[in-house]
Design a protein around this ligand. Sequence first.
Ligand code: TK8
Length: 332
Amino acid sequence: MKRTWILVLTLLLAIGLAADPALAQPKVLKVSNGVNEQHPSYLGGKKFGEILAAKLPGKYDVQVYANAQLGDDVRATEGVRMGTLEMVTTSASPLTGLVPEFNVFDLPFIVTSEKAADAIYDGSIGAKLGAALEPKGIKLLAYYENGFRQLTNSVREVKAPADMKGLKIRTMQNPIHLEAFRAMGANPTPMPFSEVFTALQQKTIDGQENPIPTIWLSKFYEVQKFVSLTGHVYGPHIVLINKKLFDSFPAEDQKIIAAAAQESAIYQRNLNRKMNSDFVAELKKAGNTVSELTPEQKKAFQDAVAPVYATWEPKIGKALMDEFKATVEKAK
Ligand code: TK8
């Protein structure tokens, strides 16, 4: 009899403990990144985790992974959609298959300044694109920036589309990038980011294009000689979470998580912008030839890619493209 009572009491105690939220295990949120541990996007994820830990102690454990350890952009984004991975920070490319409007970010030369990018991200376009992902099972938490993409190669200085002739350039896995680089005269090859360094080193490709922080932090300068400040695309790094998981959190937590992500985005963009200017000098010191383009030289690249706009307008939608351009224009 006494034994039975002890058993009952122990059971009740165990149930009570399990139900006590203060003693529950924190919910692990793994965040996949293709870039390495020095990159602002990885550091932005860390910041997000710190803010969350301070606001909701013991409830969420944000674990940020680098170097595509959890998969490249395409695979990790698929994981977040399916619910096999909690979070990813990705370029826009893998999202274009789900919501074609995301192609708008990859139109060459559409974003002209960081201020314009902020106006897109934090304004109605950013919100609309985020909402369009929700029926696909993905919740967009924040826009980090990847930044202005610059061309690097190991063959020759590039200052005009004619200089690109025949260069084998790795692009992201997105048809717009392929078309744009073909239009500029190059020979583009799509490939996941994690394979780029080795491909450059083994010379299976001549060049690649990425923002300055990535070119420096991924040590591409060790296997590249020429950097052209083409700024042909301004890319976001988009922070995503599985929607079903997000919806399962208490409403109050959802608000705090969204605010923490946005706060980390402001930190991330500032850091990225600082690195963007600091690392040009480092690249020169490391022996790279960094070529700035005059407005006329830049115009030649813009003219070369003009046909891409015509092809993509029906797929992206004229209304969105017009709103995008107007937002950029107004932010100038
Ligand atoms: C990292 C990528 C990378 C992007 C690319 O996962 O693929 O070139 O610029 O930053 O998102």
